[in-house]
Design a protein around this ligand. Structure first.
Ligand code: ADP
Length: 268
């Protein structure tokens, strides 16, 4: 599981890098192809001569090369593009319970995993696979922050973000009902300077080969794309708590009255 995790993180890093380079390169190729096209049209108005022919042949070759390069970057982009999110109704409590074994194996024997999932939990609307990835990422970070052992607590609950809370949050968050997944460790914690940078891609305080600095930026991207909110509380020497708020699935179980009546009529 350890090696698979490392491999997945490596692929993620390669994917992000490849995608970024391919995207920028593609923009440059568009400029080159556009320029060549303009030159070709200008040259075609010139009187025919051996020189004109040589220029036209050069333009054809350059265009051909640039077009092949564009095909190549298109393939690279297809490789690097991450699967689009597939939001579904999620029972976060059950998802955490089902993931507990894998998380415990990630944490190792010296870290105790505690899951606190009460009843009456609203359902969230998000991609369950990505939420699992996020929790594994958070567990890896917690493990690294607790080299001498400790405790990881994952708690789920219903949460209301009110107007006064969302007003003091940096990024736009809608006030309303959310499903909270709080992941708290008893590790080293972070100083304010580190905490301010944790969502930056490639920001890491870990040794080369140990951290990619993509874990939390990935988690952040998933939460934001899901219409949710993430906040990290950390105290040096005390521990870290990552709070993920995913939007509540609205209108669940609210069956229109006429349908209820119809269903009742069928049953009886
Ligand atoms: P990586 O784990 O590869 O370094 P992340 O984006 O997941 O990348 O984390 C960035 C940095 O945030 C880490 O290098 C570490 O300094 C800090 N960090 C993340 N989670 C925790 C945690 N639970 N406790 C202490 N520090 C953390």
């Amino acid at each position: 599981a350890e090696e698979a995790l490392r491999q997945a993180q490596k692929m993620e890093a390669i994917g992000q890098l490849t995608g970024g380079v391919a995207h920028d390169f593609n923009n440059l190729l568009t400029v080159i192809l556009g320029g060549l096209d303009t030159i070709r049209r200008q040259v075609s108005t010139l009187p025919g001569s051996p020189t004109t022919e040589r220029i036209e042949r050069s333009i054809r070759m350059a265009s051909h090369g640039a077009e092949r390069a564009a095909t190549l970057t298109a393939r690279l982009l297809a490789f690097a593009r991450r699967q689009p999110l597939e939001p579904k109704p999620i029972d976060a409590g059950r998802l955490v319970t089902n993931l507990a074994d894998l998380l415990q194996r990630t944490l190792g024997e010296t870290i105790a995993l505690e899951t606190v999932t009460g009843g009456g939990l609203w359902r969230a609307q998000a991609d369950p696979g990505e939420l699992e990835n996020a929790l594994v990422n958070l567990a890896v970070n917690a493990r690294d922050a607790m080299p001498g052992g400790g405790r990881l607590t994952i708690e789920t609950g219903n949460a209301h973000l009110d107007e006064s809370y969302v007003a003091q949050v940096a990024e736009p968050v809608a006030a309303g009902q959310y499903v909270l997944i709080a992941v708290s460790d008893t590790g080293t914690g972070m100083c304010a300077a580190t905490l301010a940078q944790v969502f930056e891609p490639f920001f890491t305080t870990k040794d080369v080969g140990k951290g990619t600095g993509l874990g939390l930026s990935q988690v952040y991207g998933f939460v934001r794309q899901s219409g949710g909110h993430i906040r990290i509380y950390s105290e040096v020497g005390e521990g870290t708590s990552v709070k993920i708020y995913l939007p509540r699935l609205l209108n669940e179980g609210l069956v229109p009255e006429s349908e209820t009546a119809a269903a009742a009529a069928v049953t009886h």
